[in-house]
Design a protein around this ligand. Structure first.
Ligand SMILES: Cc1ncc(COP(=O)(O)O)c(C=O)c1O
Length: 688
């Protein structure tokens, strides 16, 4: 039986910044009627109800709405959650959709998308604002009546009764939350809701243009990109200030607290010992103590099992870094240790190739769309450098266009702030373009006609490609005689069985794989079109350990487990729970404009933004410190593996639930640095 889906639009005449705004004129109709008319166009809704208060003032609003044939419910003035619940109950809602009256640009298609997500199996609550990928003013939430009833029955905090869905959003372990993301990132910062007189003027200009014609989100985006609306694009205001006030002023909210430090003294002592003989005390920048908070964070690990690791002080952590992503099945996964043991007994490295090289190459060719042949390296940097060299040999050209991070070799690292030691002559051969900006790539081709050997890029990083972007890059490469190389060192084996090229349906000429291929053993692969790959017969890509047998044997076992255990699906599922749960908790703690967890679920990262812009490293450090003290090893990433099961995901969310109020407290007062037990983290690359 189809569910009864009811939109409850919340509105009242009282408003601190623009009293009476709901009845103000917007292109010939009151604001609230504009909102309701647009909500009514959503195809999946059975009923639309306006919920307002029983106050005398709001009777005017109720009467005006009834005149337009709108069904009105009036309820408690103080207890907003009760008002909403009673309205939904009176309408026999099974699925409730929440929209606020001050969003007259609300989009019916977006409502349908959010409702569809909520109707998917096992979802209790779906929204499009768990993190901000849509403009403010398009916010929609859809949730089951049961979830609403639970919140109505159990919510005690004043702030939970003032914000209808706060209780649900604060409990991502109890309720299955999902976020619907926009791929149109250009308009993410737009402010399109009605808060003050300036907004009203802006909205009037928009309705003047569209009149009574239905218009979609894309029509709106197109309009706002016209030059005469440039001032509207610049209207970027802080969002959710009401929520932050109500959270901080809630007398019943528990005090945020630091948790006692763990003993990491052995880590600290070993740092001095290692630093005396190992520059930087590590082999990898991202593993340096400056990526963590010495004094609070573990700095050296001893062992790992599944998704857990133990530091040299004996503390246990849930690992969210997983060796910087290669450990895709979990530390010491039995199938991989078995394959390793068996091969170890046969020998590690031989004077002739083993069968393993061709066997693993066949497995890669069977799963990766562009792969007709494969060669192996040890690090991601080996194969990105190999891809660049073969592209130069194939095209007879020298220049390279890149975008993103591609490893430590001269050809790439010369484009970054860590370019010490790279000859100027080498630097001049690599040019960068901007992701999601075809114009910036076109400009490189125009500037260097018939000189670019290849475009090398990650098909997706933490920002998704705009519709048509990857296809556009493919087209530009083909048209200009350059090879397209996808760097799938991170995305390969995580995004889809055949990498991000399979996920997005865009096939490069050559692709590079690394992390994840052998669950942490050192092996990488460059794969691609036969005519290009055949050149490796001549092009020098040859090293002692290229065919080392242990990694190949484990790669074979890993590829088998990736399929038999449906690992990609697992990474998406658990990654989405963590990402959406993180964002829900950040939002419900009033931190939405400070931190977000972004990216496709199998690999997400957190952003930390100061008010006014720029990375907020002290607050990020406080997060690293407080999560470490509660047993999480992270520097602001979710690198999901097969071993991250439901109990671990629940535990991580529980830690966030505890830590966010402290972060909010520190953010509000600008006091993050004073709460740190060690120096703040430093980025690997300086801001240019
Ligand atoms: C997208 C991408 N390409 C290439 C590399 C280089 O890989 P490696 O560090 O194994 O040399 C990395 C490493 O993080 C990466 O993220």
């Amino acid at each position: 039986m189809d569910k009864n889906i009811v939109a409850v639009i919340q509105a009242r005449l009282g408003s601190s910044r623009l009293p009476g705004k709901m009845l103000m004129d917007l292109g010939g109709k009151p604001v609230i009627i504009r909102t309701i008319e647009r909500v009514r166009r959503a195809r999946l809704l059975d009923r639309v109800v306006l919920a307002t208060t029983e106050s005398e003032q709001d009777q005017r609003l109720a009467a005006a709405a009834r005149e337009y044939g709108v069904e009105v419910f009036t309820g408690s003035e103080e207890d907003v959650l009760d008002r909403f619940y009673q309205a939904a109950k009176a309408a026999s809602a099974q699925v409730c959709v929440r929209v606020t009256g001050d969003c007259p640009l609300i989009d019916p298609e977006v409502i349908d998308q959010v409702v569809s997500e909520c109707l998917r199996d096992g979802c209790d609550y779906a929204a499009n604002a768990l993190w901000y990928s849509w403009p403010d003013g398009l916010d929609v939430e859809a949730f089951s009546f049961e979830a609403l009833e639970t919140a109505w029955r159990e919510a005690r905090l004043k702030s939970d009764r003032e914000h209808v869905t706060l209780f649900i959003v604060r409990h991502p372990r109890r309720f299955r939350l999902r976020n619907v993301q926009s791929r149109e990132t250009r308009v993410r910062d737009l402010h399109l809701s009605l808060d003050d007189a300036e907004d009203l003027e802006a909205l009037r200009r928009i309705f003047e243009h569209f009149g009574d014609r239905p218009f979609s989100h894309s029509d709106l985006v197109a309009l706002l990109h016209e030059e005469r609306y440039a001032d509207l694009r610049a209207m970027n205001k802080p969002v959710n200030t009401g929520l932050v006030t109500s959270l901080t002023q809630d007398p019943d909210r528990p005090d945020p607290r630091k948790t006692p430090a763990r003993d990491v003294s052995k880590s600290l002592a070993f740092l001095s010992r290692a630093g005396a003989v190992v520059p930087g005390a590590t082999q990898t920048f991202s593993k340096k103590s400056s990526s963590f908070v010495p004094g609070a964070s573990p700095l050296f690990l001893e062992r790992g099992e599944g998704c857990r690791v133990w530091d040299i002080d004996g503390n246990e952590y849930i690992d969210l870094i997983m060796g910087l992503l290669p450990v895709i099945l979990g530390h010491a996964h039995p199938s991989t240790t078995r394959a390793l043991d068996e091969q170890a007994r046969k020998g590690f490295a031989f004077s002739l190739p083993t069968r393993l090289e061709a066997e693993v190459a066949e497995m890669l060719c069977a799963r990766i769309p562009c792969a007709e042949m494969a060669r192996f390296g040890k690090n991601g940097s080996d194969v990105t450098a190999g891809a660049v060299r073969v592209a130069r040999a194939f095209t007879g050209r020298e220049m390279v266009a890149c975008c993103g991070y591609h490893g430590w070799q001269d050809w790439y690292i010369g484009t970054t702030t860590r370019d010490a030691g790279v000859p100027a002559a080498v630097k001049q051969l690599t040019r960068t373009f901007r992701y999601n900006d075809l114009g910036s790539l076109q400009a490189l081709f125009d500037e260097h006609p018939a000189q670019i050997a290849c475009v090398i890029m990650e098909p997706v990083g933490v920002v998704e490609p705009l519709p048509g972007f990857l296809e556009g890059v493919r087209e530009l490469c083909s048209r200009n005689g350059a090879l397209l190389v996808f760097d799938e060192v991170i995305t390969g084996f995580r995004t889809a069985r055949g990498g991000a090229q399979e996920h997005y349906g865009v096939t490069p000429d050559v692709a590079c794989f690394g992390k994840g291929l052998a669950n942490g053993l050192p092996i990488s692969a460059v794969v691609g079109r036969r005519d290009v790959m055949k050149l490796f017969d001549e092009v020098f890509f040859s090293f002692t350990f290229g065919g080392e047998a242990l990694s190949l044997a484990v790669a074979k076992a890993t590829l088998e487990v990736l399929d038999s255990e449906h690992v990609v699906e697992h990474l998406w599922r658990q990654g989405a729970r963590l990402r959406d749960g993180y964002n829900a908790l950040a939002r419900s703690s009033g931190l939405a404009s400070v931190t977000q967890c972004i990216g496709l679920p199998p690999h997400t990262v957190m952003t930390w933004t100061r008010p006014g812009g720029g990375d907020w490293l002290e607050l990020k450090s406080l997060f690293i410190q407080e999560t470490a003290r509660r047993g999480l090893l992270t520097f602001g990433v979710h690198n999901i593996c097969l071993a991250h099961g439901d109990p671990e995901v629940d535990h991580v969310l529980e830690v966030y639930e505890e830590v966010f109020p402290l972060l909010q407290w520190a953010a509000e007062r600008g006091e993050a640095a004073s709460l740190l037990d060690g120096p703040s983290v430093l980025p690997v690359f300086r801001q240019p």
